[in-house]
Design a protein around this ligand. Structure first.
Ligand code: PLP
Length: 424
């Protein structure tokens, strides 16, 4: 499968029916799996054999989707989760305990920021937020002896800041820690962070990967490239007594991180995806390559049109030559970035609200990265918990409107925007 191109992998990876089996990935709606003997099941519990025994730890429908996404990102294994939030949490908690420290880009989704800044901080994990535009020296300055990983978004939601993944990876590696990248916005169709040095990739699959707004989900993908044997990760390199002393790096080699995320954290925390949701996600993945092409083409046309409009104060889209991230986007994502645009309207917040309320085709929803065009004012919704200072650091100005361009006919979207702008 790895020899196929991305659009073929999207359709075929993860599930190859044998003679007489269903052509479409079946939903295995069973919590549990039958075995002939207790010994056989005991071997599964001890991680001596692989197989399904309880859906919290694994299920054939989930497994197929995990294999597909691992192939799409170029990783050795994946773990689907109940949400993007649980993927973010587990990806860090798998290697960072109380007393640990994380260097994190400040340009991240508001929900992820809350998770790190409040909940994980309350668990005893410290975060230092750094500018996504940091120089090497500025990044270096954020590291401490107890730093265990670096976290960033490849294209940040909603600031659309493009992160220099090669730079972040280089600095992380020079301090002996992995780089975790949230690749939700470009998807592996437009960007594969592991090719630029990222060690772990996560997604909110709720977004483009599903694309139809039918399920909330997440995924963690392990590149298998990071060498955990440097003394900083005893959870992976010393015996886990809850599995009779298994040492993940010895038993599972390159897949140590992702096996531990499943067998330790998913076992204990239970943030697993439902088989029905994995089925829906798989349907979305089958058309991801086609959809991303259309999202990006529509967004490019709309961004260029808005940029010329006299009622628009500013437009931010990494596909625009005026974007400070244009060159970096071209280097990392030459085939396109994402379908999300942000812009400000002359007249500030009042005009923004009037404009949004006048839209007919585009709907006002919290969601983003859907095949239907949708629009949101982050400062009063997804990012409302952030102070003005934190908003600024996350690249979200109070007048910012986030337009998630869908795959409708681009002319219909443009006409809708034009009639709404005419109301202000
Ligand atoms: N990461 C990014 C970039 C997101 O945009 C979101 C949600 O909008 C999340 C993570 C959280 O994902 P979920 O809503 O699936 O929990």
């Amino acid at each position: 499968m790895s020899n196929y191109r991305p659009d073929t992998i999207c359709i075929h990876a993860g599930y190859s029916p044998k003679n007489g089996e269903p052509r479409v990935l079946p939903i295995v709606q069973s919590t549990t799996f039958r075995y002939e003997s207790s010994d056989e099941m005991g071997a599964l519990f001890d991680l001596e054999k692989s197989g399904f025994f309880y859906t919290r730890l694994g299920n054939p429908t989930l497994d197929a989707v995990e294999q597909k996404i691992a192939a799409m990102e170029g990783g050795v294994g994946a773990l689907v989760t109940a949400s993007g939030q649980s993927a973010s949490f587990l990806s860090i908690f798998n290697i960072c305990r109380a007393g640990g420290h994380v260097v994190c880009s400040s340009a991240i989704y508001g929900g992820t920021f809350n998770l790190f800044y409040k909940t994980m901080a309350e668990m005893g994990i410290e975060f230092t937020f750094v500018s996504p535009d940091s120089t090497k020296e500025e990044l270096e300055a954020a590291f401490r002896e107890n730093t265990r990983c670096v976290f960033a978004e490849s294209i940040a939601n909603p600031s659309l800041i493009v992160t220099d993944i090669s730079l972040f990876a280089e600095v992380a590696h020079s301090h002996g820690v992995p780089l975790i990248v949230d690749n939700t916005f470009p998807t592996p169709i437009n960007f594969r962070p592991m090719e630029f040095g990222a060690d772990i990739v996560i997604h909110s699959t709720t977004k483009y990967m599903d694309g139809h707004a039918t399920q909330v989900g997440g995924v963690i993908v392990d590149s298998g490239n990071f060498d955990w044997n440097n003394g900083k990760y005893p959870e992976l390199t010393t015996p886990d007594e809850s599995y009779h002393g298994v040492i993940y790096t010895e038993r599972f080699g390159k897949a140590a991180y992702i096996v531990k995320a499943r067998t330790h954290l998913m076992r204990d925390i239970g943030a697993q995806a439902a088989p029905q949701n994995a089925f829906l996600l798989n349907l979305g993945l089958e058309t991801l390559a086609l959809r991303m092409e259309r999202h990006c083409a529509n967004a490019q046309k709309i961004a260029e049109t808005l940029e010329q409009h006299d009622k628009i104060a500013w437009v931010n889209y990494p596909g625009l030559k005026s974007s400070p991230y244009y060159a970096l986007a071209q280097k990392q994502m030459p085939n396109g970035t994402c379908g999300v645009i942000s812009f400000g309207i002359e007249g500030g917040r009042e005009s923004a609200v009037k404009f949004m309320d006048s839209l007919k085709l585009a709907s006002v929803v919290t969601h983003v990265a859907d095949l239907r065009t949708c629009v949101l004012h982050p400062a009063s919704t997804t990012h409302r918990q952030l102070s003005d200072e934190q908003l600024k650091e996350a690249g979200v100005s109070p007048d910012l409107i986030r337009l998630s361009v869908g795959i409708e006919n681009v002319q219909d979207i443009l006409e809708d925007l034009e009639q709404a702008l005419a109301q202000i």
